[in-house]
Design a protein around this ligand. Structure first.
Ligand code: BG6
Length: 480
C-alpha cells in the first residue's frame, strides 16, 4: 500500500459497513472531502480478493447512490480500496493486517463487528504493535447491556487505546439537524434568556418509527426500546437541549456540559416507574398503510416482555430546569416516522384578550423526515371588526433555505471527524456510563415492580399508559 494513512473497517462485508460506512466514504470522495493519502482497508474473516471486495463495495455504493453515482469519483475511491482477511480471534492473522498497513503511520480501526470481538481485536492489535499512538479506534453500539457490561467493554478498549483515541459513535450526533440544534441555541441571542424554567413549561422529545424490528429480533429482544434508543440517541438529544453553553466547541467543553445534564437526571426507581414511565409492545395492526403482524409473531418467537415503545417523564434537577418536565417517547410501528423536539413556552401571565383562547408559544425542531424549525405565535386574524386571535407558525425549512441537494448519511460527518481526529461528536466514557446509570435505574424499577409492557396496535401512538403519563400533569403529546 502506498498510502501513509489508513482506515481499517473490521466487519467490512457486514450490513453496517455495506449500507453505511463504505457508501459514506465514497460520498466523501465524491464531494472532494476525503483527504489525500488515506487508504480504505476492508477486513473480515472471509477470504476475498481486493477485486471481489471492490465489487461488493461498488454494488453497495450504487445501491445508496440514488442518482449520485459518478464514475470518476468511484475510480478515485477504488484506488484507495483494498482488502485483507483477518480472523479477529487469531493473533497470527494480524500479521497479514500489519503487512497490509506497512508504511501507514496513522490508522483508524473501525469495529463494525459484534461487541464480543472488541476484546480479541484490541488485544491482537496491541500485540501486533498496531495500537500505537497514531492510531484510534471507532466503536458502534451496542456498547453494553447495562452499566456493568458497558464498563467491561470500556475497560477492554482502554487497555489498548487512550480515551482521547476512542471514538464511540452515536449516529444521531452526525445528523445535520442535531448539529444545527447547537447552532440554534448558541448562535442566536434570542433563545438563551428564555431557555429555562422561568419561560419553558415542558419539553417533548419524540423519535417515532413506522418500521418494526425487521430482521433484528435476536438483538432487539434483548435490548428493547429503552436500551436501543433512549440510552443513546434520545439522551443525546436531551443533553443538547438542556446543557449549559459550553465555553468552546472543543470536545471536552461540549462533553463536560453533557455529562452534567446526565448526572442531574433525577433517578427513577421503585414505584416512580408506574407514574413516570410507560412501556408498550406492538400487536398486530396497520402500519404505513399495510397490515402488520405483532412483535411476538415477528419470528414466530412467541411471548416476550420486551418493550417496543417507551415514554418517560424525566426531570433534570438543576437550577435551569427545576420543575420542567422532559417527556421522552420512542417506539416502533408508530403512525409516522418523525423525530422532533418540542419546546413549549409558558402562557402569558395575564391575558387582556378576554374570551380568546391564547395558546402558549411552541418551538418545534424537526429532525426527520424533513429538517424544519417552526415557532408558533398568536396572531390577530385580519379583520376590521374586533380582535380574533389564532396561532400561526413561522416556518423555516432548512431544505428550502439552503437548497441542500443530497441528504447526507450521518456517518459521513462522523467518519470525517474521526479522520480529522476530533472527538467532539463522539461519546466520552463518563457520558456513556452516566446514561447507563439512569437507564439501569428504570429497568431495575420495571423488574422489581413487575411492570410488563402493555399492548398497542401497530399504527397507534403507543399504549394508553403513555397518554395517562402526560395527562396526569395536565399536558398532552404534540401529535399532529
Ligand atoms: C438505531 C437503532 O440505533 O437507530 C434502530 O438500533 C433504529 O432500532 C435506528 O431504527 C433509528 O435511526 P434513524 O437514523 O433511522 O432515526
Amino acid at each position: 500500500m502506498k498510502a501513509d494513512r489508513a482506515i481499517v473497517i473490521f466487519g467490512a462485508t457486514g450490513d453496517l459497513s455495506l449500507r453505511m460506512l463504505l457508501p459514506s466514504l465514497y460520498f466523501l470522495e465524491l464531494d472532494g472531502l476525503l483527504p489525500a493519502g488515506w487508504a480504505v482497508l476492508g477486513a473480515s474473516r472471509s477470504a476475498l480478493s481486493d477485486e471481489a471486495f471492490a465489487e461488493k463495495t461498488l454494488a453497495a455504493v450504487k445501491a445508496r447512490a440514488d442518482g449520485h453515482f459518478d464514475e470518476g469519483a468511484w475510480k478515485r475511491f477504488r484506488a484507495r480500496l483494498s482488502y485483507v482477511a483477518v480472523d479477529a480471534e487469531t493473533p497470527a492473522s494480524f500479521e497479514g493486517l500489519k503487512a497490509a498497513l506497512s508504511g501507514a503511520r496513522e490508522a483508524i480501526y473501525y469495529l463494525s463487528t459484534s461487541p464480543n470481538l472488541f476484546e480479541p481485536i484490541c488485544a491482537n492489535l496491541q500485540a501486533a504493535g498496531l495500537a500505537h499512538d497514531n492510531s484510534r479506534i471507532v466503536v458502534e453500539k451496542p456498547m453494553g447491556h447495562d452499566l456493568a457490561s458497558c464498563r467491561e467493554i470500556n475497560d477492554v478498549l482502554g487497555t489498548a487505546f487512550d480515551e482521547s483515541r476512542i471514538f464511540r459513535i452515536d449516529h444521531y450526533l452526525g445528523k445535520e439537524a442535531v448539529q444545527n440544534l447547537i447552532a440554534l441555541r448558541f448562535a442566536n441571542a434570542f433563545f438563551e434568556p428564555l431557555w429555562d424554567h422561568v419561560s419553558i413549561e415542558q419539553v417533548q422529545i419524540t423519535v417515532a418509527e413506522t418500521v418494526g424490528v425487521e430482521g433484528r429480533w435476536s438483538y432487539y429482544d434483548d435490548y428493547g426500546a429503552i436500551r436501543d434508543m433512549v440510552q443513546n440517541h434520545i439522551l443525546q438529544l436531551l443533553c443538547l437541549v438542556a446543557m449549559e453553553p459550553p465555553a468552546h466547541l472543543d470536545a471536552d467543553s461540549v462533553r463536560n456540559e453533557k455529562v452534567k445534564v446526565l448526572r442531574s437526571l433525577r433517578p427513577l426507581s421503585g414505584r416512580d416507574v408506574w407514574n413516570k414511565t410507560a412501556r408498550g409492545q406492538y400487536g398486530k395492526g396497520v402500519a404505513d398503510g399495510r397490515t402488520a403482524i405483532g412483535y411476538a409473531d415477528e419470528t414466530g418467537g412467541g411471548e416476550s416482555d420486551t418493550e417496543t415503545f417507551v415514554a418517560i417523564r424525566a426531570d433534570i434537577d438543576n437550577w435551569r430546569w427545576a420543575g420542567v418536565p422532559f417527556y421522552l417517547r420512542t417506539g416502533k410501528r408508530l403512525p409516522e416516522r418523525s423525530s422532533e423536539i418540542m419546546i413549549q413556552f409558558r402562557a402569558v401571565p395575564h391575558s387582556i384578550f378576554s374570551g380568546q383562547d391564547l395558546r402558549a408559544n411552541r418551538l418545534t425542531i424537526r429532525l426527520q423526515p424533513e429538517e424544519e424549525i417552526s415557532l408558533s405565535l398568536m396572531n390577530k386574524t385580519p379583520s376590521i371588526e374586533g380582535v380574533e386571535l389564532k396561532p400561526v407558525s413561522l416556518n423555516l425549512s432548512l431544505d428550502d433555505a439552503f437548497k441542500q441537494g443530497r441528504r447526507r448519511i450521518a456517518y459521513e460527518r462522523l467518519l470525517l471527524e474521526a479522520i480529522k481526529n476530533n472527538t467532539t461528536l463522539f461519546v466520552r466514557r463518563d457520558e456513556q456510563e452516566a446514561a447507563w446509570i439512569w437507564v439501569d435505574g428504570i429497568v431495575d424499577g420495571w423488574k422489581r415492580q413487575g411492570m410488563a409492557p402493555s399492548a398497542y396496535p401497530a399504527g397507534a401512538w403507543g399504549p394508553s399508559a403513555a397518554y395517562a403519563l402526560i395527562e396526569r400533569d395536565g399536558h398532552s403529546w404534540d401529535d399532529r
